[in-house]
Ligand binder design. Structure first.
Ligand SMILES: O=P(O)(O)OC[C@H]1O[C@H](OP(=O)(O)OP(=O)(O)O)[C@H](O)[C@@H]1O
Length: 385
């Protein structure tokens, strides 16, 4: 048992990480000697809505289903989706009944976070945008948060252990705590201590709003570190912010007036896409936390849509195995998988597991997913005003 309230990976893989009613369903089916061959689909909206969302979490969903005697089709990670299934599972129901809870959790949270991150990405396409929201979520979720942010094309993230898992290094320089540990009026000592101790590979970005005016602290950071100063970060608290854009422009002006126009300016603290649009031409980078990490999970459900080859679904859901398409006009469409799709339409689902074997690593490779996300966002003009 873990000392923390964290369900471990073995419980997820084995199906113990399930809602109890699936356990009881499995017991009932086993008792009755019933284990039908079914098709089940993971869907948020039955029909396209015109609102695109970004699919993430497929890597973990595939890892969960691999080794089970199932065939799985899915939309590749990093694709925009809009209505119809994002995943289709075919097999005997008891092969995956207990996995539904974790499967939906993997896809729902990651896709929501990736979609929110894409909102930020397109709001400031030429700026550095970093994910700073790990502090808002349960530690068990941090790698999912950071990986989903990367799927959407964010430039980096703050969580160290998440980076270990993803295979990328976390970014970040200093919190207000560093200056406060040196004391009021001793910010220079804090910045110098950082510069003297921290590895040369880490950029020297001084946090410049702890005790006094931003311009004042920025110019003091320039005096303290000279040419070693790569950038400054302004995290001005909401109650003191006033006109944040004006503050940033003033900082840039005063840096430039003293021949330090090459010092980058980063901003953070409660920012979302509207702030990024408002500030993107005057800053070099953003730290975005809650807007991304706190996104409401996508409302995915898993439904049986065929039993023993016959259409079957609960009311409100569409029966029959489905395919989803991108039409020549760029819209998304849903149709029965057994029928031809619309003329010139591109099918979006592809096989990812066959008989328990993973057959499409590329469908959830992180770099490939990011490339797809940015291309899809461009194609549909995602987030454009
Ligand atoms: O507001 P969000 O978008 O969710 O961003 C997450 C946090 O990143 C910044 O932390 P910072 O290191 O500046 O704060 P601290 O030093 O006070 O901990 C900012 O103040 C937010 O608290």
């Amino acid at each position: 048992m873990s000392e923390f309230d964290i369900v471990d990976a073995e419980a997820v893989r084995s199906g113990r990480a399930t809602d109890a009613y699936f356990d009881r369903t499995a017991t009932a089916l086993e008792g009755a000697g019933r284990n039908p061959r079914v098709v089940a689909e993971v869907t948020a909206d039955q029909f396209p809505t015109g609102e695109f969302e970004l699919l993430a979490g497929l890597k973990d969903a595939v890892a969960l289903l691999s080794g089970r005697d199932v065939d799985v089709h899915a939309i590749p990670e990093g694709r925009l989706f809009d209505g119809g299934p994002v995943m289709r599972i075919e097999g005997n129901y008891l092969e995956f009944a207990r996995l539904e809870t974790s499967l939906l959790g993997f896809l729902s949270h990651a896709s929501a976070i990736a979609t929110a991150a894409l909102d930020c990405r397109v709001a400031a396409p030429d700026s550095q945008v970093l994910s700073f929201g790990a502090r808002h979520v349960h530690p068990a979720m941090t790698a999912a948060v950071e990986r989903s942010a990367l799927v959407a094309g964010l430039d980096g993230f703050s969580h160290v252990a998440a980076g270990d898992l993803i295979g990328r290094e976390a970014s970040g320089t200093m919190p207000h705590a560093l200056s406060i540990c040196f004391g009021r009026g001793e910010q220079e000592a804090a910045w110098r201590a950082f510069d003297e101790a921290v590895d040369e590979s880490v950029p020297r970005i001084a946090l410049c709003d702890t005790y006094s005016d931003e311009v004042d602290e920025v110019l003091r950071a320039v005096d303290a570190l000279g040419d070693r100063l790569d950038g400054v970060r302004l995290d001005t608290t909401g109650s003191r912010r006033g006109d944040f854009r004006h503050i940033v422009r003033e900082v840039n002006w005063e840096l430039d007036a003293r021949g330090h126009g090459d010092v980058d300016v980063y901003v953070s603290g409660g920012l979302g896409p509207a702030d990024l649009r408002r500030l993107r031409d005057v800053v070099d980078g953003f730290g975005v936390g809650g807007y991304v990490s706190n996104a409401d999970p996508v409302d995915f459900a898993l439904d049986i849509v065929a039993v023993e080859g016959e259409p079957a679904a609960k009311r409100g859901k569409l029966s029959g195995a489905k395919a989803v398409y991108r039409t020549a006009e760029g819209d998304h469409a849903v149709g029965l998988a057994a029928r031809d799709g619309p003329a010139d339409a591109e099918p979006l689902m592809e096989p990812v597991i066959r008989g328990g074997e993973v057959v499409a690593d590329d469908a959830f490779d992180l770099d490939a997913a990011t490339e797809r996300a940015l291309a899809d966002a461009e194609r549909v003009g995602y987030g454009s005003e």
